[in-house]
Every structure is written in C-alpha cells, then in structure tokens.
Design a protein around this ligand. Structure first.
Ligand code: PRP
Length: 176
C-alpha cells in the first residue's frame, strides 16, 4: 500500500488542538456543554479536544450514513445513530473531523436543532471550502486545506489509514 504524504504533522495538530481548546474553554466555561462527535472520523480529534478542554462537559455521538460519489449531488443522507443525551436547553458543540461538501454537517445541524438546544456551534479539525455544496457556518476551524483527499488522525479511505498520527494526502487513483 502506498505511503501517503504528510500534510499536517502530529506536532502541528497537537499545537492547534491546544489553541482551539483554550478558546473553547473561555467560551464554554460554566456552561457544561454537550460535545457531539460525528462518527466515525471525529473520534480521535474528539478525544484530544475533550482531554485538552479540562472543563465539565458531556459527550455523545451521532452517526449518519456515508454516501458514494453519485449520492453527493442528491444529498441523500440518513440518521444511523441518534444522541442518547437530552440536549434540550443545553449548549451543544458539534465535533467534526472534516467539512467537505457540507452535506453531512447540514443534516446533523438540522437534526440537532429539532431537539431545541440552547445553542449549537461547530468545531472541525479540517475545512475544505473548495468542495462546499451546502453552505454551512463553522465556528472553530483547526486547518483549512486544499481540495485533496486526506486520511489519518481518524480519517479513512475505505476504512484504512485512520490510525495514522498525521493528516496525510492520499492519491486515491493509485489505490484502486
Ligand atoms: C466524513 C467526515 C464528515 C463527512 C464530511 O465522514 O467524517 O463527517 O464525511 O463530508 P461532507 O462535508 O462532504 O458531508 P464519512 O461519511 O466518510 O464517514 P466516517 O466519518 O465514518 O469515515
């Protein structure tokens, strides 16, 4: 299997996570927020953010269906796993690994708003604005990246590469 090229090193990620956590700590101190991780790609970022935050908070997860290339244009997507926590009146912070087309995040935000939380904000490790199809407001961004396929630090290609400690470019052409 081809070794992907590093885009963002583990040290850069660690530094940025600390910066984001410092900002989030200020914004969410005394709010006891619920952090909602969007499975599966966010699980490593989520665990690093939670540990770096060091404030009282709840965690929960939501899962939505993946979609193939042909489904991106139609935006078809469905809820696979809903929250177990009641978030009515709570401050919710959505944790994403990457916002690409924005279809997934839009669906997640729509689902969450129906639960009448006090607030909903979004924190994503990676933002790829050049691929956006559904406009979406992101409140906290780790890194803005170019329009290339990335893996590692929780992100996969066909369920591979999630374990890589760095965020890497993957030449998907050479994988098939
Ligand atoms: C990825 C990623 C985001 C979503 C972003 O999840 O984790 O949730 O796609 O893409 P979008 O902005 O184009 O909607 P994926 O469906 O690959 O599932 P995974 O997290 O389980 O790998």
């Amino acid at each position: 299997m081809e070794q992907p090229e590093v885009l963002i090193t583990r040290d850069q990620i660690r530094e940025r996570v600390a910066e984001l956590a410092a900002q989030l700590r200020e914004d969410y101190r005394d709010k006891n927020p619920v952090l909602v991780g969007v499975l599966k790609g966010s699980f490593i970022f989520m665990s690093d953010i939670v540990r770096a935050l060091d404030i009282p908070l709840g965690v929960d997860f939501i899962s939505v269906s993946s979609y193939g290339r042909e489904m991106e244009s139609s935006g078809e997507i469905e809820l696979l796993q809903d929250l177990k926590t009641t978030v009515k009146g709570r401050d919710v912070l959505v944790i994403e690994d990457i916002v690409d087309t924005g279809i997934c995040l839009n669906f997640v935000l729509h689902t969450l708003h129906q639960k009448k939380p006090a607030s909903v904000k979004v924190c994503t490790l990676l933002d790829k604005p050049s691929s956006r199809k559904n406009p979406v407001k992101i409140d906290y961004t780790g890194f803005t990246i170019p329009d290339k396929f990335v893996v590692g630090y929780g992100l996969d290609f066909d369920e591979q590469y999630r374990y890589l400690p760095d965020v890497c470019f993957l030449d998907t052409e050479s994988q098939s």
